[in-house]
Design a protein around this ligand. Structure first.
Ligand code: ADP
Ligand code: TRP
Length: 333
């Protein structure tokens, strides 16, 4: 079974990205054939600064590797290193009804927020469909917000198969990651880059502490008993702490006599201990000159073998010549 997912390099990863997505990707690499990519072509719809995009892409790869994504088990690549994906996108675009894209939430939401409506943002789901269909993906782990895009992908695949009377594409299934459906941010709302309430995963200890101390809490006095379940500090603590640690902090909340500063300190210690080993691995990987590039390059080579096979199926089905060129080497990038 092939598992595939992509993550956009639009900033440094935060706790929401890790507990909502990355952790599940890493867990799935043990049982399935996993393809994970850094969706830099999608990020172009928001990041218009070349060095920022390069930096975030590099950081995303380093972060994923430091967190335990193992290139011996999973194929990790940069979306833009597989040119077949944009070609497939065109083939799919010619069959995609406008009405299908017009009803996509991601597009409608951004439009409602006053983002200028460019064609890239509008066709974003077609590129996503190409990402998925190009590799015969069976299962696509995503957050709830992306489920609609997987449905669009299925609609496009069915239409293509029907139109050309062949089973060109495998129909993918979304796997919604519900374990930690919504990680809250420093203001108690959903953690998201667009709300400015994130805590970055690889923040250094000093900044991490400062961010945690800035989490909004209510004004219950120190002496008063507190409800852990309605406190964002405790909600976040649960992500990092063992059951026993959770029970003991919950007890401190309920007993009264504990200020939020103490809970925040406990959260800081748990989060810092959690990320410590990954921070060290990240530093080592970052100092190994071409390691990340080598991993991404090898990943793209593997992805392209599969991608060229599927693209050829699609080209042939719709009346284009099959491509004879083999996998090209590093010099073409
Ligand atoms: P952001 O909202 O910060 O821009 P992205 O949309 O780039 O984050 O998120 C990438 C993935 O990380 C999403 O598919 C989603 O599964 C996960 N994710 C992001 N924020 C959260 C959150 N607060 N809680 C749970 N999962 C999240
Ligand atoms: N759109 C996804 C997101 O913002 C990222 C993505 C791009 C993706 N292509 C994909 C996810 C293909 C799964 C499969 O989170």
């Amino acid at each position: 079974m092939r598992v595939l997912s992509g993550i956009q390099p639009t900033g440094r990863f935060h706790w929401g990205n890790y507990f909502g997505a990355i952790r599940q990707y890493i867990a799935l690499q043990d049982n399935d054939q996993a393809f994970y990519f850094i969706a830099d072509l999608h990020a172009l719809t928001t990041i218009r600064d070349a060095s920022a995009l390069r930096g975030f892409t590099q950081d995303a790869a380093l972060d994923l590797l430091a967190l335990g994504l193992d290139p011996a088990k999973a194929t990790l690549f940069r979306q833009s290193d597989v040119p077949e994906v944009t070609e497939l996108m065109w083939l799919l675009t010619t069959l995609t009804p406008m009405s299908l894209l017009e009803k996509c939430h991601a597009y409608k939401d951004k439009l409602a927020k006053g983002r200028p409506a460019d064609a890239g943002l509008f066709s974003y789901p077609v590129l996503m469909a190409a990402d998925i269909l190009l590799y015969d993906s069976d299962v696509v782990p995503v957050g709830v917000d992306q489920v609609q895009h997987i449905e669009v992908t299925r609609d496009i695949a069915v239409k293509f198969n029907l139109t050309f009377q062949r089973e060109v594409f495998v129909l993918p299934e979304a796997r919604v990651m519900t374990e930690t459906a919504k990680v809250v941010g420093t203001d108690g709302e959903k953690m998201s880059k667009s709300y400015g309430n994130t805590i970055e995963l690889f923040e250094d200890a000093k900044k991490l502490r400062k961010k945690i101390m800035s989490i909004k809490t209510d004004s219950t006095p120190v002496e008063a008993p507190k409800n852990p379940e309605s406190c964002p500090v405790f909600t976040l603590y649960k992500l990092f702490a063992s059951e026993a640690q959770q029970a003991s902090l919950a007890e401190r909340y309920r007993a009264g006599g504990m200020g939020y500063g103490e809970a925040k300190q406990a959260l800081f210690e748990a989060a810092d201990a959690f990320i410590g080993p990954a921070r060290e691995r990240r530093e080592k990987l970052a100092s190994a000159a071409s390691y990340v590039e080598d991993v991404l390059h090898a990943g793209a080579q593997r992805a392209r073998v599969k991608g060229q096979e599927v693209l050829n199926r699609a080209r042939e089905a719709c009346g284009l010549n099959k491509r004879g060129d083999g996998i090209t080497g590093r010099q073409d990038r």
